[in-house]
Design a protein. Structure first.
Length: 486
């Protein structure tokens, strides 16, 4: 480790955290602004009629596309992590990924129809996957192994995510209502351009952290991987042209691919000669938390499948005589995150070694998410325009508390449990749990019946609570496998 990297880790200029965290905070904030801003209006663009500026596809196909897109974002963290660990290092991979995201939003803004949707979403999905895995890895690299600032730093980083997530849907939704969907997508493109500019200016503050790949690919293996990439492109083209993959089954396809990818990653870590016995035990400890995380995200990501439909068709959106855009509902959760993220960060810092273990935090987050789904039942049974905004806000407050118990802790835990030679790829494995949950959210949304939603919320909410209880019971065993990691 160089002297400049050591100095960067000792730095306390950003709320007691390394100053480089401010730059990573900023680029992730703008990326989330563009991501959530675009996603806030995406489902309506897909299923609104052509007369209303949309594409007029079925609601089921729209939720499948949105779920598959969300899953692909996190599934593509594998590729972003692999490029970082084997080819470019985390820092350069992040820069190129941000550039790809901006290009994708521009495509959505200027290209018409499903051609624009396909081109734009593929670019944004792969770019976001590369940025998320590597921004998180770089945040983890800012801290020494025993630095107790780590969880607080991740919570601050997560606050930046949600500042962007709050502003994005508000601006894109307002612009879309006034000037149409493509103008809303253009706002997302401008936001990502600002983030790319800010990150470029501030790259120097990383002082070499993430510059070099952790496990460089031997030059002679390059042609093999180029061939694999070309073959994958051909397979995707064939299954799309032949109709094997359609809008209606797209989320199911991503679910299957994610399961295969996760099993493969766990197998690689278990069989690698570069993974020590203690590291292998920590990977085993991660398995039940991977499962709980997937369950959590399959409910949480309903914010982009089921919840938008509720906001559009059931929610009373009258605000002083004016109906606000349904996409604005996407900003409620980030508001709560902004309010509570700092409190959670301060709580974990104050508790220090006395704070609950990571498995218990995961258990609480999963259980709270189940309670949130049960809370949908009393507010969604009254028909069109009857669901109270305060009732929905209360449900999303439970979403927020559940998220703060699990998500920033999950990111931090992935960096702490990671084998040395699979550092960024362990972060990608955590994001695979998010990919699985996100794509499942699209599949599950297909069972949502707006006229009889009680069974949907009861079954899914109850299952999540059961998973949380099981994880809590297993937590002492999991802690032993973690070998001192909290």
């Amino acid at each position: 480790m160089s002297d400049t990297e050591t100095d960067a880790r000792k730095d306390r200029r950003f709320f007691g955290q390394p100053f480089a965290l401010a730059n990573l905070f900023g680029v992730e904030m703008w990326e989330r602004f563009s991501f959530y801003g675009m996603q806030g209006i995406l489902i309506y663009y897909l299923y609104y009629s052509v007369n209303d500026g949309g594409l007029g596809i079925s609601q089921g196909a729209a939720t499948s596309i949105v779920g598959a897109y969300g899953g692909t974002v996190y599934l593509s963290t594998i590729l972003g992590a692999w490029i970082a660990d084997r080819l470019l290092g985390s820092e350069r991979t992040l820069f190129y990924s941000a550039s790809l995201i901006m290009t994708g939003h521009i495509a959505l803004a200027i290209l018409p129809g499903m051609w624009g949707v396909g081109t734009g979403l593929v670019m944004v999905a792969f770019g976001s996957g590369g940025l998320k895995a590597n921004a998180t890895s770089l945040v983890g690299d800012l801290y020494a192994e025993k630095d107790e600032r780590r969880d607080a730093g991740f919570s601050l980083f997560y606050m930046g995510i949600n500042i962007g997530g709050f502003a994005g849907p508000l601006l894109t939704g307002a612009v879309q209502k006034a000037w149409g969907f493509h103008a809303g997508f253009a706002v997302a493109a401008v936001g990502m351009a600002l983030g790319l500019f800010q990150y470029t200016v501030g790259r120097k503050h990383l002082h070499g952290i993430g510059t070099h790949p952790g496990n460089p690919l031997p030059r002679e293996k390059g042609p093999l991987y180029i061939g694999i990439a070309a073959g994958a492109v051909v397979v995707i083209a064939v299954v799309t042209v032949t109709g094997l993959v359609t809008a209606d089954n797209l989320s199911n396809v991503v679910v299957g691919l994610t399961i295969v990818a996760a099993v493969t990653y766990f197998a690689l870590m278990f069989t690698s000669t570069k993974v020590t016995k203690v590291e292998r035990s920590r990977v085993v400890a991660f398995i039940p938390m991977f499962i709980a995380s997937a369950v959590f995200w399959s409910l949480f990501q309903q914010q982009f499948t089921t919840v938008p439909v509720i906001a559009d068709k059931l929610l009373n959106r009258n605000l002083f005589g004016w109906d606000f855009p349904p996409s604005w509902v996407q900003s409620i959760n980030p508001v709560f995150i902004i309010v509570f993220a700092g409190l959670f960060a301060a709580m974990w810092t104050k508790l220090g070694p006395r704070q609950p273990s990571s498995p218990l935090k995961f258990a609480v987050g999963t259980g709270l998410m189940g309670l949130a789904f049960l809370a949908f039942i009393p507010i969604t049974g009254g028909g069109p325009n009857s669901a109270p905004i305060l009732g929905l806000a209360g449900v999303l407050l439970l979403f927020t508390w559940a998220e703060l118990f699990l998500s920033p802790v999950g990111l931090s835990l992935a960096t702490k449990l990671a084998p040395e030679h699979f550092h960024t790829q362990m972060v990608a494995l955590f994001f695979l749990s998010v990919a699985l949950g996100s794509s499942l959210s699209g599949t599950l949304a297909g069972y949502f019946d707006i006229d009889d939603s009680r069974p949907f919320f009861l079954i899914i909410g109850g299952a999540s609570i059961a998973i949380g209880v099981i994880l809590a019971v297993m937590s002492p065993w999991i802690k032993k496998l973690m070998h001192g990691v909290q």
